[in-house]
Write a protein that binds this ligand. Sequence first.
Ligand code: B4P
Length: 195
Amino acid sequence: MFNLVLFGPPGSGKGTQSEKLIQQYGLIHLSTGDLLRKEMKAGTPLGNEAKSLIEKGQLVPDEVVVGMISSALDANAGANGFLFDGFPRTIAQAEALDRLLELKKTAIHKVLFLMVNEEELITRLVGRAKTSGRLDDADPDVQRKRQDVYKNETLPVAGYYQNQDKVERIEGEGSIDEIFDRLRQSIDKAMAEEA
Ligand code: B4P
């Protein structure tokens, strides 16, 4: 089993690269952003709670996302491995994930950190707003808030995994295929080391 975290600020391309990586490696894609958007679309109580936070650029409570991930892990018991996209986003989520994986006698093997400068992130999110219909893309103030939340609450997660010696920084600017090749090189190396 090989478990990967794709890490980076909002708009760094986690969702874009995840789509390609799951095709290449047959991992189960767990995106808390996608799971939350499904709940919002279905109008569930959880989705309605998430909507009011996401449209302000805030994070959804840890218990909510950890609960969703726990259910998804249970639902995919026979998986070759998981690609965590947009999760964990706080230290508490990272600790909870370690505990959940330990119960399943596995762990996170690699954290790939997509490095993209803030100006480029805003340009990408403004571009995504034109087609995504996402409430958190349209408003520049919300985008700035999301970048602030990232720096204060999510960036420390990189330090958490750095202490476990699992982080590799990947240049996240360039064409989608160039970045995919960089990610592939790191994953192939990490998989060979695990084998
Ligand atoms: P997410 O859905 O995780 O999304 P994201 O961080 O905005 O974007 P991502 O990095 O995936 O970028 P993408 O590939 O789309 O989160 C949404 C919200 O849900 C959060 O703000 C939060 O409120 C909530 N949430 C989610 N998980 C949570 C958690 N664990 N805890 C609490 N709350 C949580 O790329 C962005 C754009 O760039 C796209 O338009 C793409 O086409 C473009 N792009 C990609 N690669 C490019 C490249 N190489 N060059 C140019 N453009 C590129």
